[in-house]
Design a protein around this ligand. Structure first.
Ligand code: ATP
Ligand code: MG
Ligand code: MG
Length: 472
């Protein structure tokens, strides 16, 4: 394979295959999670070889890749060593060492999407500033700063302290007095109102960098749950959305853009739980959502698929106003963009002519983009999330364990669900083969397609052994 024998920690690559067609191109992927795994599946059908870099020896993409290099995508030396082998490099996660990617790009390495895009997106605050500058509608947002001042009294106090304690080394931090940080978050609360959404700028996923303060008093506990101000936080106005929508946008190397149908995403505890394709919203809303997504992706550099998460803040109903003309009170706000295939696009594997994974490979390799439209009338994607596992400890008391291993009850429950799915017409199971289950961890997903949304919902209900899903 493309990696050197020393660094290629592959156990599954047994022999070299003759290279043919587009497979002469080896695609390097930073990250080997479930998105990387499904990228490998698409690549294998297209005769393209994918080599992934991921620190986890048994990462989901490992077994399906041409080769898995074990290493950190955040470490500059590792990324540099890895990246130099490929004619094209891409990502399945945005939390990578972007400074190294910028350096490699300057040296002529082909990275898609561009490092500048990854830099903007991996910092949610920077992302918001970028999209605001490009006129994309967003919830209002504000940085919460560490602010420092030095009053005269404070200066005298420190001067005395230095003499008394015989301090000779100048410590900048000592000489600067940090203003109470909650003040700046409170200012945002006064401006934006409550609930107030507090977010980490970086390394956020599955809502794990978000905390909600319902009142001013809750600000400090919300900040605590995010690990304190040192982690780099910002605040967002609460978006009173009636639905969350998402659009997968594909952009080719020639900058041509194709959009997938608008979908509705339903989150549970900040984690994507269900995706309905297409979204049940008026055509006008679909057009508005697609326009915002198109505009957002046009403002970024490089090829690939991008997922644009959106809030629909009104129900999109057309109302008759006093002048007898029709007017829609719906508003679309952008939540965030991912520079890669995305959970909201899993359904495309079964429901669209070209899956988001195939499209990503087409885009980054400069092949013609495929048809993004749906080939089925309706689809629902259901995420299999890890559950808390009830276990009995040594004293006989019931307690909850945070994780479980293959063969244990958490896995058995998931496998029962898969068993039921296999008996349902139009259902396809995707299991990511993660060795350990944790609460709310994405373990797999099931996509059900059918001739109408009503039929697909009935099939889902049957699979879940549940009453019909609430709402539409
Ligand atoms: P992802 O796994 O999509 O990357 P993330 O950790 O980046 O998630 P966000 O997308 O910022 O988190 O937020 C997760 C969810 O929290 C959103 O899908 C939405 O349900 C809710 N949310 C985020 N921002 C706001 C907001 N300003 N107002 C109301 N709800 C919000
Ligand atoms: Mg995110
Ligand atoms: Mg999100």
């Amino acid at each position: 394979c493309g990696a050197s024998p020393e660094s290629c920690n592959t156990s599954h690559r047994k022999h070299d295959l003759p290279i043919h067609g587009v497979s002469e191109t080896i695609v390097g992927v930073l990250g080997g999670g479930q998105l990387g795994r499904m990228l490998c599946q698409a690549a294998s059908q297209m005769a393209i070889k994918v080599i992934v870099l991921d620190p986890m020896e048994n990462c989901p993409a490992g077994a399906l890749s041409h080769c898995h290099v074990v290493g950190s995508y955040d470490d500059s030396v590792t990324v540099e060593e890895f990246a130099k082998r490929f004619s094209v490099l891409t990502v399945e996660i945005e939390h990578v060492n972007v400074a190294t990617l910028e350096k490699l790009e300057q040296q002529g390495l082909d990275i898609q999407p561009k490092a500048s895009t990854i830099r903007i997106i991996q910092d949610k605050y920077l992302q918001k500033v970028h999209f605001a500058r490009h006129g994309i509608p967003l919830p209002k947002f504000m940085k919460v700063n560490h602010q420092f001042t030095m009053s005269r009294e404070h200066y005298y106090f420190l001067f005395l302290k230095m003499i008394v304690e015989n301090i000779t080394v100048f410590d900048r931090k000592l000489w600067l007095r940090q203003i109470d940080d909650p003040e700046s978050a409170k200012k945002a609360g006064d401006l934006f109102g409550y609930p107030l959404m507090i977010k980490r700028k970086r390394l956020a996923y599955d809502g794990r960098g978000n905390a909600v303060a319902k009142t001013e008093e809750e600000i400090s506990s919300a900040v605590q749950t995010l690990g304190g101000y040192d982690h780099g936080l910002y605040v967002e106005q609460w978006a009173p959305f009636v639905k969350e929508l998402a659009v997968i946008v594909a952009r080719g190397r020639d900058k041509s853009i194709l959009c997938y149908p608008v979908v509705e995403t339903i989150h549970r505890e900040n984690i994507c739980h269900i995706v309905k394709a297409p979204a049940n919203v008026p055509l006008k809303i679909k057009k508005l959502a697609t326009d915002v997504a198109y505009k957002a992706v046009s403002s970024l550099e490089g090829a690939g698929v991008f997922a644009v998460e959106l809030f629909l803040t009104e129900d999109g109903q057309v109302v008759l106003c006093c002048f007898n003309c029709f007017y829609s009170c719906a508003q679309i706000l952008l939540n965030e963009v991912a520079p890669r295939p995305h959970n909201s696009g899993h359904h495309t594997i079964e429901s669209c002519f070209t899956s988001q994974y195939e499209q990503h490979l087409r885009a980054i390799l400069g092949l013609q983009l495929g048809d993004p439209s749906m080939k089925t009338q309706a689809a629902i994607m259901y995420n299999i999330l890890g559950e808390d596992e009830v276990a009995t400890n040594l004293t006989g008391l019931i307690c909850y364990r945070l994780s479980c291993l293959q063969g244990e009850p958490g896995f058995l429950l998931a496998h029962q669900l898969i068993g039921r799915a296999l008996g349902i017409s139009g259902a396809t199971v995707h299991w990511y083969d993660k060795p350990e289950m944790r609460k709310q961890r994405k373990m797999g997903h099931i996509t059900i397609v059918g001739p109408s949304m009503a039929i697909v919902k009935t099939r889902l209900k049957f699979m879940l052994n549940e009453e019909l899903l609430n709402g539409d």
